[in-house]
Design a protein around this ligand. Sequence first.
Ligand SMILES: O=C(O)CCC(=O)C(=O)O
Length: 291
Amino acid sequence: MATVTRRYLSPEQIGSYHRDGYVAVRDVIDPSRLAELRRVTDEFLERSRQTRESDDVFDLDPRHTAEAPALRRIKNPADHHPVYRWVAFESPLPDIVGELLGPDVKFNHSKLNLKGSLIGAPVDWHQDAAFYPHSNDDVLAVGLLLDDASPENGCLAVVPGSHRGPVYEHDDAAGRFAGSIPTGDIVRLDMASMRRLALPAGSIHIHHYRLVHGSAENRTTTERRLLINAYASADAVQLVPDSTRSPLFGAIVRGAPSRTVRREAGTFRMPPDWSRGYTSIYALQSRIDSR
Ligand SMILES: O=C(O)CCC(=O)C(=O)O
């Protein structure tokens, strides 16, 4: 059986991922690659000026204009530029994920969330598992910080240990999937233990896909950009159709494909079928009227 060589994570970091549902690692990407990622992301922002409506590449804030672009997400960035693809497949990220889930790891999806200066794009409390449930829980997301992230500019916030609790329904008062956990369930969580992951650019945070997490708006005059790549153990099978429509969905990033499916994830609500088109978490959450 293949084994995993541990080069990046200490036993303490691996233990804290399993106990708390998240772990942060500093200085994962070197400054020159980081500069390239920022430059390429600036180019996408420039390109978004020519776009009026969200499409397969850009998810636009309703305030977006050509003069003042308000791009809140680049969809499937690994499909659109070699440097984003490098992060997803060649950088230390897949090796680090292999140390947590390995040795056989597959790619799920990528997205680049942008919180422009004073624009915001807050993300309500949610669990990724509610969006793309799998047959087992060896599924996680890695956020690479392109800018220093702080509580003021909307760094990721997590509820430690919540990955060991239920996967909550993410519905609005009318029973429609709304992409966020209702307040009635949030108040039952240990919100006093909530942590805001303030970290320098080039760091990553990794969160378990059942972990409750979210982020506040950006109240500063600088940007907060977060490149997220999600991965799964090769024997975790997604229980809903792929909504990204990316050719990279399910590609093996480390090790080998699995000939078996591991089932151990328990019971939770199925999300809607987005196989013919997914908007974004921002669009879903903005529909919330009352709870
Ligand atoms: O960009 C963020 O702060 C969090 C994003 C997030 O949790 C998501 O897109 O699922």
